[in-house]
Design a protein around this ligand. Structure first.
Ligand code: NAD
Length: 259
């Protein structure tokens, strides 16, 4: 077991990538805090990991709300005594051309991805600095490195996470805290399923062409990245045994983007 009795808080873990990371970390012996928008969704995901509730806890948390984040992180630390790993993963996608992008939607996306990452990081660091250890993992994207049309706030936010991770890596080093970013290619979660018809409409092409000619065009093999692929990258960052691996970003995208 690579995470025996480590405590991991994962935001946006009621669904998709976050849920698979929670499953993978639980299999490796970690105690899991599922933080997601509503209590029912968080509880259901936690119960699917451990129906006894001894090793998995659901916490209602809107990551853009300072009071909810502080209360949720405090609840996590109180329940399991420490926080070893934070996976800042909650996210949404909204597509539109820059020239037509609604300001409210721009701000909502930046807030979930960037305010959410900042607020959960700040709260986790309070506990991690006291412990003298911790690993923070941000869910970036190939869009942390690369751009696509129609995704201005998403590309902006995902690039920004790399900057935040580098600062946290520098400040956290003296306290034994590492920070890294995972940059997945397209993964067929609800977040992507929603975009396929939206992009087809915006671009005036079929949904099949959105998948083949937009989403997977630049991959080496025309394949989607899977939730399991991303969870393995998260496990690698979370279980790395020294503080050498920090301030880095790892692209997991079937070669869509190569560094
Ligand atoms: P998803 O829609 O399946 O899951 C996102 C989760 O975030 C949901 O459970 C949702 O309730 C939660 N969430 C949304 N807003 C929130 C908020 N304000 N506070 C707390 N929780 C909130 O999506 P996913 O594909 O699993 O995405 C997870 C992360 O992975 C996102 O950051 C996304 O940008 C990133 N990502 C996804 C892909 C992909 O292709 N699916 C690729 C690269 C990166």
């Amino acid at each position: 077991m690579r995470l025996q009795d480590k405590v991991a808080v994962i935001t946006g873990a009621a669904s998709g990538i976050g849920l698979e990371i929670a499953r993978t970390f639980a299999r490796e012996g970690a105690k899991i805090v599922i933080a997601d928008l509503n209590q029912a969704g968080a509880d259901a995901a936690a119960a699917s990991l451990d129906p006894t509730g001894k090793r998995a806890l659901g916490v209602a948390m809107d990551v853009t709300d300072e009071a909810q984040v502080d209360a949720g992180m405090a609840r996590a630390a109180a329940a399991f005594g420490r926080i070893d790993i934070l996976v800042s993963n909650a996210g949404i996608q909204t597509v539109a051309p820059v020239e037509q992008f609604e300001f409210a939607k721009w701000k909502q996306l930046l807030s979930i991805h960037l305010d959410g990452a900042f607020l959960t990081t700040r709260a986790a660091l309070h506990t991690m600095y006291k412990q003298g250890s911790g690993s923070i993992i941000y869910m970036g994207s190939v869009h942390s490195k690369e751009a696509s049309a129609l995704k201005a706030p998403y590309v902006t936010a995902k690039h920004g996470l790399i900057g935040l991770a580098k600062v946290v890596a520098k400040e956290g080093a003296a306290h034994g805290v590492r920070a890294n970013v995972i940059c997945p290619g397209f993964v067929r979660t609800p977040l992507v399923e929603k975009q396929i018809p939206e992009q087809a409409k915006e671009l005036g092409i079929s949904e099949e062409d959105v998948v083949k000619k937009v989403m997977l065009k630049e991959t080496v093999d025309g394949e989607f990245t899977t939730v399991e692929d991303v969870a393995q990258a998260a496990l690698f960052f979370a279980s790395f045994e020294s503080n050498a691996l920090t301030g880095q970003s790892l692209v997991v995208s079937h070669g869509w983007f190569m560094q």
